[in-house]
Design a protein around this ligand. Structure first.
Ligand SMILES: [Zn+2]
Ligand SMILES: [Zn+2]
Length: 569
């Protein structure tokens, strides 16, 4: 029996149970989905989470009754009679073109459905499904329609699989970056500001700065030049670049300034092109690599916004590289090697790599594409990287390599992208002077390594469940004096540590040590240093890290210990 069939049959049983418990309900639809199923209801009451248990119990009762799913083909008129009190079903029947419609009868519950289903409920394992949540959903997904109540369930073939799934979900919930972000005081959202527009609090801003500084240092070493570009640009610029034609649905409406229209930038590329074009470039200047932490704004439907992972304004670690055809593979190899180095520094070790090839609509010639795809394949092979081909998955302007990082729960997150572009150099008529004094078009590469800082921080928080590595922790150490007479020594310790470059907070408020330790552990502070009589006398600190007491250590030794950890990350 296919799991999908079991899941879909469970949706029917769910509807049956709801009808038994709440007979005045009107029914929407109930498909199988990933991991389970749902059914949409027009209920005359609102449901509480405990009602799910009641419905679930009813479903198990029904399953035990060994109810048979009977398929019937009936004429529309008859169907309309059966569903005369069901406006949503009537709407669906009216849209069916054939004279006859298929209904399934299970017990004394009839549903409009083409199947397939299990033969009878004895094929459904009663101990391996669970109703998980209630949500609002518009009838047929349109805001113009009635809001219905959607009940979700998950279902598997065995109880063990269900338990594994629920456990993984619970683990993911604990790692939810939206909750961690609030608890660790990193960021928040405010309705008065708008959805998808994060506010970075002091500690979140420190975290961003650490990441930005690290990227800056790394990219300068790789020969990038740092640039900064404005947040808006004239509409005409976006017409030249092609964004106005091909990317408009992701852009916000024009802003009028002195009778001219400007757009909030959804990408940084055209600005970088303009800096390239600010003077004549020779083959000797290439490759030219411009990097920017560019904040862009893209329209996302409110329904898909999700914490920091899907937002409306975000900062890309964006860069563009222009090179000659001869330089292309060398540059790509450098780019990939460096990209993996950076991702590994942040603690990611597993990757899925995709090569996306020419889509149906494309800029440039077929020959260009072939050459570019071959270069990408060549470098992936040269670096012995395993990859999958995503046929036709390239952007209209060129093929690309995407890297998804896998977090500690094995969940993939889109991160790095390296894209070749035949479109912009052509549209902006970019060139360089070659060895023979002729004008040539440079090859253009767009690349983002961590993707967006917002999204990447969201992934980091989920990957580490909030307990960031020492070098990324906005606050690395709390110094906690046991009593008032230890305050002075605690101050000395803090000073010495911060002079050494550590991010330290002195916790000398009038609260118990155990309360401060508890709070520090909730805040995921890497080191809690408690100082009392003994520590004061020995010039030492008592160390607590990752919920464990590590005993006392001389302060100087602790400082070199910190330095060792920071140097190795
Ligand atoms: Zn069905
Ligand atoms: Zn770009």
């Amino acid at each position: 029996m296919k799991l999908e069939t079991i899941r879909h049959s469970l949706a029917h049983i769910l509807a049956y149970a709801v009808r038994e418990l709440y007979p005045d309900t009107c029914f929407g639809i109930g498909p199988a989905i990933e991991n389970g199923f749902y059914y949409d209801f027009d209920l005359k009451r609102s449901l509480a989470p405990e009602d799910l248990l009641k419905i679930e119990e009813k479903m198990r009762e029904l399953i035990k009754e060994d109810i048979v799913f009977k398929k019937k083909k009936i004429i529309k008129k008859e169907a309309k009679e059966i569903f005369k009190d069901q406006p949503y079903k009537l709407e669906l029947i009216n849209e069916i073109k054939e004279d006859k419609v298929t209904v399934y009868e299970s017990g004394n519950f009839v549903d409009l459905c083409a199947g397939p289903h299990v033969k009878s409920t004895k094929e459904i394992p009663a101990d391996s499904f669970k109703l998980t949540k209630i949500a609002g959903a518009y009838w047929r997904g349109s805001e113009k329609n009635q809001m219905l109540t959607r009940i979700y369930g998950v279902a598997f073939k065995t109880k063990k699989e269900l338990e594994n799934y629920l456990q993984k979900e619970a683990e993911a919930e604990k790692r939810d970056h939206r909750i961690l972000g609030q608890k660790l005081e990193l960021f928040s959202f405010d309705e008065e500001i708008g959805a998808g527009l994060p506010l970075w609090h002091p500690k979140g801003a420190i975290l961003r700065k650490i990441i930005e500084d690290y990227l800056y240092k790394e990219l300068i070493l790789q020969g990038y030049q740092w640039i900064v570009s404005p947040h808006i640009g004239k509409l005409d610029l976006w017409k030249t670049s092609g964004h106005w034609d091909l990317y408009r649905e992701n852009m916000y409406s024009p802003i009028k300034i002195d009778e001219e229209e400007y757009m909030l930038k959804p990408m940084n590329c055209p600005f970088h092109v303009k800096i390239y074009q600010s003077k004549i470039r020779s083959y000797r200047d290439l490759p030219i690599k411009y990097a920017e932490l560019g904040t862009v704004y893209r329209y996302e439907k409110s329904g898909v916004l999700h914490g920091l992972v899907r937002v409306r304004g975000f900062t890309q670690d964006d860069a563009h590289i222009w090179c000659t055809p001869e330089q292309l593979s060398t540059e790509l190899i450098k780019l990939l090697k460096h990209g993996f180095k950076i991702l590994k520094t942040f603690g990611f070790k597993d990757f899925d790599i995709y090569l996306s090839t020419r889509p149906e609509k494309y800029a440039g010639t077929e020959k260009d594409w072939q050459k570019a795809e071959n270069s990408l394949k060549y470098v992936l092979k040269k670096l012995k990287l395993k990859y999958q081909i995503d046929p036709g998955g390239g952007v209209f302007y060129g093929p690309k390599i995407d890297i998804k990082i896998k977090d500690s729960l094995g969940r993939p997150w889109q991160c790095t992208t390296i894209q070749l572009d035949f479109n912009l150099p052509e549209r902006f008529k970019m060139n360089y002077i070659d060895k023979k004094g002729r004008k040539e078009r440079p090859i253009m590469i767009h690349r983002a390594l961590i993707g967006s800082i917002e999204r990447f921080i969201g992934v980091l928080l989920e990957h580490y469940a909030g307990a960031l590595p020492l070098w990324l922790s906005p606050v690395q150490i709390w110094v906690i004096p046991v009593g008032t007479r230890h305050k002075k020594y605690a101050q000395e310790v803090s000073q010495k540590l911060s002079d050494g470059g550590a991010r330290v907070e002195l916790k000398d408020e009038a609260e118990t040590v155990s309360k401060k330790i508890r709070e520090g552990e909730i805040q995921k502070i890497p080191y809690l240093l408690v100082v009392g009589d003994k520590e004061m006398k020995n010039k030492s600190v008592r160390i607590r890290s990752k919920n464990k007491d590590l005993g006392s250590m001389k302060l100087n030794r602790f400082i070199s210990h910190l330095r060792r950890i920071l140097n190795s990350s």
